[in-house]
Write a protein that binds this ligand. Structure first.
Ligand code: GDP
Ligand code: IMO
Ligand code: MG
Length: 423
């Protein structure tokens, strides 16, 4: 069984927790896009782990974790992540596989990401991790891949070419001194040496696993509305975060995918800039941010919060082919007198029931809400659907009606145990 886990909002839906839970029944867990802009949180026995590049299944002994060709890899961050996990007693050896075709984030990508933001009239609010510039180089056919770090001659030619052009841009456009060839060359060859044992042709490995009827879990990073094509462009990331990204990002053919699970928060959050129709007004925003501990797992930035937006999630279900949903952080809605679900947008007298891509509409439209009464008691200890208060059950049933997809998992706390499975 090959299952994709995909974010249906603007990221941080709780994908890490879902991956960790489903990893138990999987043999391989595979990242297919994004880089260390991701921050996936897993809480086990009161200990928190935040994964940026290594798939969130690594805590399960014996599982193979792959970083697919569609991922952009910052070797500095990856080596640090390996070190931290090893220190915490997790055995990575022979379990971590990195595609030799994955592109490498170099120092100039990170600096360019940050400098470009300073030049923009409208900031994107990127994580500043070099993700956009690295993907741009990949498409521009001047990127450096993991396999190149293992071949000093090829790495030398590619890096030389890159710096020739890039240093001129850094000097002239950004008044930045630029980068030394020798320093990067030596440093990154050394990273290549240290990562060599993990680097391989993961697309062959995965297709072999499929032939052997192994279970594969594909771990999406970011979310549908950060997708380069279908997100709220240009306030998006630079990769295909939707389920379609799996095929190009791993070399597993689309026909091999069996199930797509969409992950959504019981409300909505967004970190970074860009339109957000169901965003809460400022005071309530702060209240909910504190209640849900909504601070970025990668940058620590405060996340913007809002009501559940069914227009968005419906679009995500369509784009990803979602067949079932996991609803996360339902406990954060505990104690709210009234709940709202956004079911349409209104702009200049027109009602939008389908997600509009025009930034002018997205920026200025008003949300149309369905209101529901909230529940007063805490749902944190609920183990089964029937343990939830009637109003919480009604809220979930209403979401199913609006989205026309079954909810199969409901999360009521950050730890593994705080999860309800529905038939
Ligand atoms: P991801 O990027 O989609 O993996 O999500 P993040 O890890 O960035 O953000 C989700 C946050 O919510 C993490 O801090 C999780 O520990 C936490 N979390 C996940 N599920 C629940 C839940 O049901 N209730 C609460 N209160 N927190 C949760
Ligand atoms: P996970 O996998 C939430 C956002 C950034 C910014 C935009 C572009 O943890 O859900 P980038 O650095 O990618 O060029 O930034 O995308 N962003 C995320 N927001 N969760 C993430 O990942 C994100 N990864 C990128 O905040 O708005
Ligand atoms: Mg996250």
């Amino acid at each position: 069984m090959n299952t994709v886990i995909v974010g249906t909002q603007w990221g941080d839906e709780g994908k890490g927790k879902v991956i960790d839970i489903l990893s138990k029944e999987s043999d391989y867990i595979v990242r297919y896009q994004g880089g260390n802009n991701a921050g996936h949180t897993v809480v086990v026995d009161g200990c928190e782990y935040i994964f940026h590049l290594i798939p969130s299944g690594i805590l399960h002994k014996g599982k193979i974790c792959c970083i697919g060709n569609g991922v952009v890899v910052d070797p500095v961050v990856l080596l640090q992540e390996i070190k931290t996990l090893t220190q915490r007693g997790i055995d990575i050896n022979r379990r971590l596989k990195i595609s030799h075709l994955a592109h490498v984030i170099l120092p100039y990508h990170k600096i360019l990401d940050q400098l470009r933001e300073t030049k923009r009239t409208e900031k994107l609010g990127t994580t500043g991790r070099g993700i956009g510039p690295c993907y741009a180089d990949k498409i521009n056919r001047c990127g450096i891949r993991m396999i190149d770090l293992l071949n000093p001659k090829i790495f030398r030619i590619k890096l030389k070419d890159n710096l020739k052009e890039k240093n001129e841009i850094f000097n002239k456009v950004y008044r930045h001194p630029g980068f030394s060839f020798n320093k990067i060359y030596r440093e990154y060859l050394e990273y290549g040496r240290r990562l060599k044992k993990y680097i391989s042709s993961t697309h062959h490995l995965l297709n072999r696993a499929i032939r052997q009827k192994k279970n594969i879990l594909f771990e999406g990073a970011q979310g549908t509305f950060l997708d380069i094509d279908f997100g709220t462009y240009p306030f998006v990331t630079s990769s295909s975060a939707i389920a379609g990204g799996v095929a190009v990002g791993t070399g597993v053919a689309p026909i091999k995918l069996d199930k797509i699970i969409g992950v959504a928060k019981a409300y909505t959050t967004r970190v970074g800039e860009g339109p957000f129709i169901s965003e809460f007004p400022p005071r309530f925003n702060k209240f909910m941010r504190d209640k849900g501990n909504e601070f970025g797992a990668t940058t620590g930035r405060p996340r913007r919060c809002g009501w559940f937006d069914a227009v968005m999630v419906k679009e995500a279900i369509l784009l990803n082919g979602v067949s079932e949903l996991a609803i996360m952080k339902l406990d954060v809605l505990d104690g709210l007198k009234r709940l709202k679900i956004c079911t349409a947008y209104k702009y200049k007298g027109k009602v939008f029931r389908e997600f509009p891509y025009d930034l002018g509409v997205l920026r200025n439209a008003l949300p149309v809400y369905k209101e529901m009464p909230g529940w007063v008691t805490s749902i944190k200890g609920a183990k089964e659907f029937k343990d939830l208060p009637l109003r919480a059950r009604n809220y979930l049933r209403r979401l199913e009606e609006l989205l026309k997809v079954r909810i199969k998992m409901v999360s009521v706390g950050s730890s593994r145990e705080e999860t309800i499975f529905l038939d």
